[in-house]
Structure formats: C-alpha cells, structure tokens
Design a protein around this ligand. Structure first.
Ligand SMILES: [Ca+2]
Length: 232
C-alpha cells in the first residue's frame, strides 16, 4: 500500500471515529434533556466525623454524670488512637459523659442516614440522642452484640415531622463495669434526590455539536487544500 493510501485510510478512520462520537453525543438521551436523579446536599452534616483531625472540635462535651451512678474513675470523651474503625483516630469515653454535635437543622423526613460505628468493652449498652429544634430529644438505647466495631443506623428513629439539629452519644459505663466505649465515622446525611441534568451530559452535548461544526469546517477546508486528493 502506498504512503498516500495509508495516509488516506488513516484520515478516513479518524473522520469516521469523530463522526461516530458526534452522533453518539447527539442521540444520547441525557444530551436531549432526559433528566436523571442525582443526590443534592448529600454531604455529611457532621464535621470531623472520623476524628482524623486528631482533635474533638466541633464535638463538645455535654452533661457529665461521672460518679453519679457509681461509674468512676472517669475519662470523658477524648480523641484516641487506641482504637479506630477507620483511619488512625476515634473518640473514647469512660464514664457517663455526653458527646454532642449540633448542625444546620434539617427536617426529619429528609434524613436518610444517621449512622456510626461503636466499639464498647465490655459490650452492654450505650445511648444515642437526637435533638430537635422543638426542644425535644429522642433517646435510643443500643445493645452491642459483641465487643467488635459494629455499624448502626438509627435514621428510622428520627421524627419525620421535626427539625433535627443535633446528635449525642452516652456511654453507660455504670452498666458495663465502667468499661470504655469508642465512636468513629459518624454520618448524618439528608440526600435529597431531585431532577437535575448531569454536568457530564452537558459536556457531551457540547462536544457533539462542536464536533459536527468542526468536521464540516474541516471537510470544507480540505476540499480546497492540497489534501483534497486524499479525500476526493
Ligand atoms: Ca477514625
């Protein structure tokens, strides 16, 4: 095959590929405005959820019942590298001290994920608190099956009609011989699926249109140039 024939075959292959991509972009359902469901606002409302900053903030200590129920000595919630579900750090407590974080209020019905990992040793019982702007609180006792890291999701306990704005954890140390509890990877997530056009579809459509325009211009140019012999 002559060099000219090879050049022509290569050029035609490039044109066919570009044409195929352009047509594909234009016939794509997404490119024609068929909307897809994409999560919006799906970021975790909890700041420093995994304690990998090596510090507590913006988590704060709440009520301290150390010694009230006979559970002492106590070591209130503090970031620790003794145990972790993920990364290097978790947060640890011995005693009955609340660990709290408040966030932008969100309507309960929109909350789909209130999850976390807990390790308690010995495994007995700990409490999760959900705070609403009405001033009411939902207290959820949880009984771990064992002393491993365990995953929990209490989203089903969220009052759908109230504005959730805080979460708390309490290690009932008086119930487990004043043993420690570790907490890690806390998520409060209200993803609201709404109809939206994916950015990639817009890019695809723009690519298709620009490709067609570019191809038309290119072929027009080539027909008048010295490469005409390759295409005509
Ligand atoms: Ca961690």
């Amino acid at each position: 095959m002559s060099e000219q024939a090879v050049d022509r075959a290569l050029l035609l292959s490039v044109l066919r590929l570009a044409s195929f991509l352009a047509v594909l972009a234009l016939i794509s359902p997404a490119a024609w405005g068929i909307y897809t469901m994409a999560p919006v606002g799906s970021s975790n409302l909890i700041v420093n959820p995994s304690f990998e900053q090596g510090s507590m903030g913006p988590w704060v200590l709440g009520a301290n019942y150390c010694g009230v129920f006979g559970d002492s000595p106590c070591s209130p919630w503090h970031v620790s590298s003794d145990e972790s579900n993920g990364g290097t750090y978790s947060i640890e407590d011995t005693g009955d001290t609340e660990l709290l974080q408040y966030f932008e209020p969100v309507l309960g019905v929109e909350v789909t994920d209130v999850s976390f990992f807990v390790k308690q040793e010995p495994a007995e019982v700990f409490g999760v608190e959900l705070f609403y702007t009405t001033g009411s609180t939902t207290m959820i006792p949880i009984f771990p099956a064992d002393t491993d890291w365990n995953y929990y999701d209490v989203a089903s306990s969220v009052d759908p009609s109230r504005m959730l704005y805080g979460i708390g954890f309490v290690n009932y140390s008086d119930q487990n011989g004043n043993g420690p509890m570790w907490l890690d990877d806390v998520v409060v997530d209200p993803p609201l699926p709404i109809a939206t056009r994916e950015p990639s579809c817009v890019v695809l459509l723009a690519f298709g249109l620009l490709s067609l325009v570019g191809l038309a211009k290119w072929r027009e140019h080539l027909s008048r140039s010295h490469l005409c012999s390759l295409l005509c």
